[in-house]
Design a protein around this ligand. Structure first.
Ligand code: LMR
Length: 398
C-alpha cells in the first residue's frame, strides 16, 4: 500500500534544526532557525508569560472546546496589536480575525480560503522569501512566482525592480509581503517605499497577504505594523498573518492570527464564517492554553508593560550581537559584506555565504547557518561570537 511513497527530502530549516539537536559536538552553535536565545544560549521563558501562566493556573477550571474561530479575548487582542487600538477598520467592524496555529497556520488557512475564492489567481513572493511560503501556497494549489527584492550587490532592496515587476502582473494576483524584519534577508521597505508600493497595489487591484511574524523585533511594535496601518489608511482589502512565537517566546504553543480586512462589516462576517468553516474541516478548533496566556498579557496593564520591556531587551541584545559579530569580523570581511550585519534588521542577516561555505561551517566548525547563507543573529551570544567569527574567517580563507 505504501511502497510507492518516496522519502521526504526534509525541510531546509526544521530538518537542519533537528540535525543540530543530534550533533554530539559540545561547541556547536545554532544560527539556523529563527528562534531567540538569551545570552546563556537558552530559550527564554518571558516573565510576563510566567506570571500570566501562574495566575491562569490558579484558576484553570474545565477546558471545553474553544469556538472554531478561537478565543474571543485573544482575537480582540490580536486585532488591537496588529491594527492599533484606534484602528478605523476595527471600529467599523470590517476585520475578520481568527485564532490560528501560529503564523504558518494563518498562512495556510488564508491560502486555502484564497484558492477557493480566487481559483485563477497566482501568488507572488519576494526573491528570496521564507522557504515555507512557497511550500504553503503550492500545497494549497497555487502557482508561486517571485518578484525581485534583495540586492546581493548592495545588501539592500531592489525597490525599483520590485515595483516594475508588480506593475505588470495580472489584477487580483496575490502578493505576499513581509511587514517587518524580512525573512531571510533582514531588509525592509522604508515608510515612503511602503506608501508607494501600497498605492500601486491599490491602483492595480492586487491582493496583499502580509506576513508579520516578527512584530516588535524591528523598529518597535507600532512602527513594525506600519504596512498594515498604511494598507488600512489607503483603503486596500488585504490579509495579514501574525504570530506570537517569537515576540512571546511561545513557539510550541502555536499562537497566531489571521485577519482579513474587508470593505464592510457584512463582508467581514461572511469571510469569518468561511474561515471558520475551513478550520472545522481541518482541525475543528484551536487549542486553549497559549491563547489564554497571550490574551492575559496583552490585556493586563502591568503584564503588558512588563512584556513590552522584555521584548525591548531582546531587541537590544540582538543589536549588541550585531555589533559584536561586526566587530569580530572586521579583519576578515569588508565593505557591504561587513556593514550588512549592522544595517539588516530583525533576527536575520543574509551573510552572502554560499551553500558550500554554509556546509563547511557546519561540518568543520559546528556552526549551523541555513544553506541560503541566512544567519539567525538572535542565536549569537557573548561566548559564541568569537567562535563564529573565527569559523567564518576560516571558511572564507580557502
Ligand atoms: C524560521 O524562519 O527559521 C522560523 O520562522 C521557523 C520556521 O518555522 O521556519
Amino acid at each position: 500500500m505504501f511502497a510507492h511513497i518516496e522519502a521526504f527530502p526534509g525541510d531546509p530549516i526544521l530538518s537542519l534544526n533537528e540535525s543540530f539537536q543530534q550533533d554530539p559536538r559540545t561547541n556547536k552553535v545554532n544560527l539556523s532557525i529563527g528562534i531567540y536565545f538569551d545570552d546563556d544560549g537558552r530559550l527564554p521563558v518571558m516573565e510576563a508569560v510566567a506570571k500570566a501562566e501562574a495566575s491562569l493556573l490558579a484558576d484553570m477550571g474545565p477546558r471545553p472546546y474553544l469556538p472554531m474561530s478561537g478565543l474571543v479575548a485573544y482575537r480582540n487582542a490580536v486585532q488591537a496589536l496588529v491594527f492599533g487600538e484606534d484602528s478605523p477598520a476595527r471600529a467599523e467592524g470590517r476585520v475578520a480575525t481568527l485564532q490560528t496555529l501560529g503564523g504558518s497556520g494563518a498562512l495556510r488557512v488564508g491560502a486555502d480560503f484564497l484558492k477557493r475564492y480566487y481559483p485563477e489567481a497566482q501568488v507572488w513572493i519576494s526573491d528570496p522569501s521564507w522557504e515555507n511560503h512557497r511550500v504553503v501556497f503550492e500545497r494549497a494549489g497555487f502557482t508561486v512566482n517571485t518578484y525581485p527584492y534583495y540586492d546581493e550587490a548592495t545588501g539592500g532592496l531592489k525597490f525599483d525592480a520590485m515595483m516594475d515587476a508588480l506593475r505588470v502582473i495580472p489584477k487580483r494576483s496575490i502578493v505576499l509581503l513581509h511587514a517587518c524584519c524580512h525573512n531571510p534577508t533582514g531588509v525592509d521597505l522604508d515608510k515612503d517605499q511602503w506608501r508607494r508600493l501600497i498605492a500601486l497595489l491599490k491602483a492595480n487591484e492586487l491582493l496583499p497577504f502580509v506576513d508579520m511574524a516578527y512584530q516588535g523585533f524591528g523598529a518597535g511594535l507600532e512602527d513594525d505594523a506600519f504596512a498594515v496601518r498604511e494598507l488600512v489608511a489607503q483603503g486596500v482589502p488585504f490579509l495579514v498573518a501574525n504570530s506570537f512565537s517569537k515576540n512571546f517566546s511561545l513557539y510550541g504553543e502555536r499562537c497566531g492570527g489571521l485577519s482579513v480586512v474587508c470593505n464592510n462589516a457584512t463582508e467581514a462576517a461572511n469571510v469569518l464564517g468561511q474561515l471558520t468553516g475551513a478550520v472545522r474541516a481541518n482541525y475543528s478548533n484551536p487549542p486553549t492554553h497559549g491563547a489564554r496566556v497571550v490574551a492575559k498579557v496583552l490585556t493586563t496593564p502591568e503584564l503588558r508593560t512588563l512584556w513590552e520591556s522584555e521584548l525591548a531587551a531582546m531587541c537590544a541584545r540582538i543589536a549588541r550581537m550585531r555589533e559584536a559579530i561586526h566587530h569580530n569580523l572586521r579583519d576578515h570581511v569588508s565593505g557591504e559584506a561587513l556593514s550588512r550585519y549592522l544595517t539588516q534588521r530583525g533576527m536575520f542577516t543574509y551573510t552572502g555565504l554560499s551553500a558550500d561555505q554554509a556546509e563547511r561551517l557546519r561540518e568543520e566548525h559546528g556552526v549551523y547557518l541555513l544553506r541560503s547563507g541566512r544567519m539567525c543573529v538572535a542565536g549569537l551570544n557573548e561566548r559564541n561570537v568569537p567562535v563564529v567569527a573565527k569559523a567564518i574567517a576560516a571558511v572564507l580563507a580557502r
